[in-house]
Design a protein around this ligand. Structure first.
Ligand code: 4AD
Ligand code: MG
Length: 384
């Protein structure tokens, strides 16, 4: 007998075929049983009179802690499988786009000697013979070294933040795609981010329509994600907040609530640029016209999903970078190799980090970011 997948079943009406799959749910009605099977490509219902049902996850509502404790089984449900397929497509489309733009994929280390994104979210590791090391918060600093070698590169891998906040947008382990390019300045970096996010969204729309439908995601809200994305300055964003009754003033950082207000004025992601230098990381290039502003940008997703990209032009001047390391109380010794990039052949360069899970959560329309990574790590969860 021909063996087929559930996805192909429609083409075999009236024929006897073999399906290989798991029993996913069993509904009883009188003397009949209606088993639903799944095989990784879809689900299909059968009819029989046997009685057997061992499986803990049912089609009824379960509490979220129960589901997370059983994440290894929860991923077998069609909703979770759809999300993970969309995640895979997002990665495929992102890499295809970066490759098409002439960026070379390369890798940054996970063990690092120093912080990249501030010292408050560092995971310290007891490295061999009691040396101290940290799990990487971002591959950026290594990406800069690689860009000075290869011109245009991107890294893509897990990054770690000891986030004490319990929000629907924070994981302690998440995946980041980080382009870095020599001779690229702020505007070009923003355009690259715009192209990358467009490619990801359009890739999912084209290649995963069944999965979006399974999630009941309104595709219309994604179809409009095409250039040009609106661009507003930080100061214009503060004005938008004030107009909407939020009392933000110059120098305030934006939290989730502020990001939601700003992004809800637009039907596609918005690029917010030129944040106050005081709010941002040590490596960001100041605006030559107004040094109190950094040549930085964030991309905020629509529908309240918040910041999906953070990036900037980098300081390429040696003396200014040393000054900033001191202002941020960072140990100069640990950054000697990074300072070498400014000692030898330093040129203007820029890059950004795209948070994969934030992006996929927005595309899927999930309530919480924990559903879009196979095994989420959060403040109180490292099991299973
Ligand atoms: O804005 P962030 O902190 O930027 C950097 O790490 C830069 N060094 C990147 C670069 O320029 N190469 O983080 C970048 C993105 C955020 O916009 C967000 O999408 C995601 O990473 N992100 C998180 N996602 C999930 N959980 C967390 N705790 C996250 N923290 C940041
Ligand atoms: Mg950021």
């Amino acid at each position: 007998m021909t063996t087929i997948t559930i996805q192909q079943a429609g083409k075999h009406e009236g024929q006897e075929v073999t399906l290989k799959g798991w029993l996913y749910n069993l509904r009883e009605s009188g003397k009949l049983l209606f088993p639903i099977f799944r095989d990784g490509t879809g689900t299909i219902q059968g009819v029989c009179s046997l009685k057997e049902n061992p499986f803990p996850i049912q089609l009824k509502e379960h509490g979220v802690d129960f589901l997370l404790d059983n994440r290894h089984l929860w991923i077998r449900t069609p909703r979770q499988a759809s999300i993970l397929r969309i995640r895979a497509e997002a990665i495929r489309a992102a890499r295809e786009y970066m490759d098409s733009q002439g960026y070379t994929l390369t890798d940054a280390p996970m063990f690092t000697p120093a912080a990249c994104e501030g010292t408050s979210t560092l995971f310290e590791v007891n490295y061999i013979d009691d040396q101290k090391a940290y799990l990487t918060q971002s591959g950026q600093l290594y990406g800069e070294a690689l860009a000075m070698a290869l011109g245009k590169i991107y890294t893509f891998g897990p990054t770690f933040r000891a986030e004490k906040s319990k929000t629907r947008r924070h994981l302690t382990e998440f995946w980041m795609l980080e382009p870095e390019a020599a001779y690229v300045e702020l505007d070009e970096a923003m355009a690259l981010g715009e192209g990358l996010v467009t490619a990801i969204v359009q890739g999912v729309l084209k290649n995963k329509p069944r999965e979006l439908e399974a999630l009941k995601r309104d595709a219309k809200r994604l179809e409009c994600v095409k250039p040009p994305f609106p661009r507003i300055s930080y100061e214009e964003a503060v004005a938008v907040l004030n107009k909407n009754g939020n009392a933000a003033k110059f120098g305030d950082d934006f939290g989730g609530d502020e990001e939601t207000i700003i992004s809800s004025s637009f039907d596609r992601p918005v690029l917010v640029h030129r944040y106050p230098t005081s709010l941002k990381a040590f490596y960001m290039q100041p605006d030559p016209q107004r040094p109190e502003l950094a040549l930085a940008f964030d991309m905020l997703a629509p529908e309240g999903y918040g910041e999906i990209i953070g990036g900037s032009q980098r300081i390429h001047d040696y003396d200014l970078l040393v000054k900033r390391l001191h202002e941020h109380n960072l140990p100069e010794e640990a950054f000697q190799w990074y300072l070498d990039l400014r000692r030898y052949g330093s040129v203007p360069h820029s890059g950004f980090g795209l948070g994969l899970e934030r992006t996929v959560a927005w595309i899927c329309g999930t309530e919480h970011i924990r559903e879009v990574i196979p095994f989420p790590r959060m403040i109180y969860r490292v099991y299973p």
